[in-house]
Design a protein around this ligand. Structure first.
Ligand code: TQI
Ligand code: ZN
Length: 160
């Protein structure tokens, strides 16, 4: 089953449109993959999303970093944490640039879009689910893709 962060952190119910932005230098492949992930969440929830004109003004900010990147949660190189995102309404979503990333299922690499689906779940207020096929389940394998699950959608419905 889905779960929420302590305090049921969420975006204001009146704010159904949220914007996202990419740090300058983000690759077009990553931008496309994350955009597809936002589109998946939009088609299954009451949210709509668009890319902010100005990165600094975006509700959710996506960037790639390696090792110590100043937020107190350093990446540790290949392996370990792949990406992290914060609960509402922080908006930060960081990928570990030292992981092997792919678009789609590629042996030994992590699918950018699948990981974005998971991290956007956190950005919207979902903590981890106990349902194996849920995108918010706390395990993912390299070389595979995953989509949204009814449990994730139900979680958003209940939270909002
Ligand atoms: N990153 C963890 C995650 O996103 C960071 C984390 C640990 C976390 N504990 C948390 C975030 C509690 C929110 C609440 O879960 S990760 C997956 C998963 C990671 C893990 O690199 O381990 C995915 C990144 F859970 F599916 F395996 C992406 Cl899809
Ligand atoms: Zn997670």
């Amino acid at each position: 089953h889905y779960s929420f962060f302590q305090g049921n952190l969420r975006w204001p119910s009146s704010q159904t449109h949220l914007t996202y932005g990419f740090l300058l230098g983000t690759t077009p492949q990553a931008i496309s993959a994350v955009t597809r992930a936002f589109n998946q969440w939009a088609s299954a929830t009451h949210f709509t999303f668009s890319q902010a004109q100005v990165y600094a003004n975006a509700n959710m900010k996506i960037s790639f970093h390696r090792r110590d990147h100043g937020d107190g949660h350093p990446f540790e190189g290949p392996g370990g944490t792949l990406a992290h995102a914060w609960a509402p309404r922080d908006g930060r979503f960081h990928y570990d640039s030292e992981e092997s990333w792919s678009v789609g299922a590629v042996r030994g690499s992590y699918d950018l879009e699948t990981v974005a689906l998971h991290e956007i779940g956190h950005l919207l207020g979902l903590d981890h689910s106990s349902v194996q096929n849920a995108i918010t389940f706390p395990t993912i394998f390299s070389g595979v893709t995953k989509g949204l699950h009814g449990d994730d959608i139900q979680g958003i419905k209940v939270l909002y």
